[in-house]
Design a binder for this molecule. Sequence first.
Ligand SMILES: [Ca+2]
Ligand SMILES: [Ca+2]
Length: 359
Amino acid sequence: MVAKNHIAFFSPSLPASLFGLALAALHPQSAQAQLPAFREDWNASASARFDFVSHGGSQAVSNIPAAGAEDGKALQLSIGKGAAVSPAGGSEVESKSLFQYGTLTARIRTADCKEQPNAGIVTGFFTYFNDGSDQNGNGLPDNSELDFEWLCGEPQVLYLTFWTDYRDADAVSKRVTRTVNLATGKILDTEYREGWGAGTKLTGAENDPTTVATVAGYNSSTAFYEYGLSWDAERVLGWMINPKDSSRLVLWDYRGPRARIPARASRFLINAWHTNTWTPPDNPAANQAPANTISALVDWAAYDPKPVTTALAVGSGSARSASSAKSGNTLGAYWRLPSRDARIDARGRHQSLRAPSSP
Ligand SMILES: [Ca+2]
Ligand SMILES: [Ca+2]
């Protein structure tokens, strides 16, 4: 009931400026006000929450009939034949608003390369913010980013990477990363990295859990799965709903130093793009440009501002509860950002510079 009243208070008719003042009064200690929960089902031609970004033959289009989608409709993120390398040659959706902390979820079928097994295609579900400033004062531009990524050449492998900093000039970064093969239940690496090679192995609270259950038959590109990122100042969890029993399968419960956890309010994005340098561990030949259009599908995407501990306590219901929140509050103008193209270009450079097997 409390949550309901909380959401009802923030009427869509409130001007953005008043909305901000109201939140500031309610949350005097939080640096960044939280936005209300929402869910986007992608069953209309446009979205109140997300901008669609297409490049040439790579198109982001919603309301596409899709078998396996809960409502029969999905967002299609296509990568066109011969698409240029980097996210700037792919397609994506990008939230109009910024989010700081809470849980982001999406039900995704990643790009399917069964017709071209050596295509180099990334599907990404992530947060991102980089305006070039250095608010954490460590000498590198802040790059707040939480990534869930898949390469279509080995669609049973998941890459989780949490970034705090990235400098475009020399690709120096600060990030932690975990790679998991879910079909075998094997954690391939859990490391802190500043460059593109191997980094420092993580232990203790930075390496939890130390084992991940096998998801028999897992193939991210042949079925929809629900994935989530739960984030606060001291913790980031990457998880998915296990299709066997609908339980939450925690892939990584990262509780490292605060300095290694992104802190800037960030946009919520889902994209698909061509890489010719980042290849999966067991398929190093998977770097080809798409010979024909290749697509990922997204059934829905949701946000829930509840703190991580609360979100986890309600099990897999966290994503569903977001769907009960009334959508349609357009708050996109609340935080001002550099132009979208500048942001995409910066991210395109840093993502496309990845070395083989180095998320
Ligand atoms: Ca910094
Ligand atoms: Ca849908």
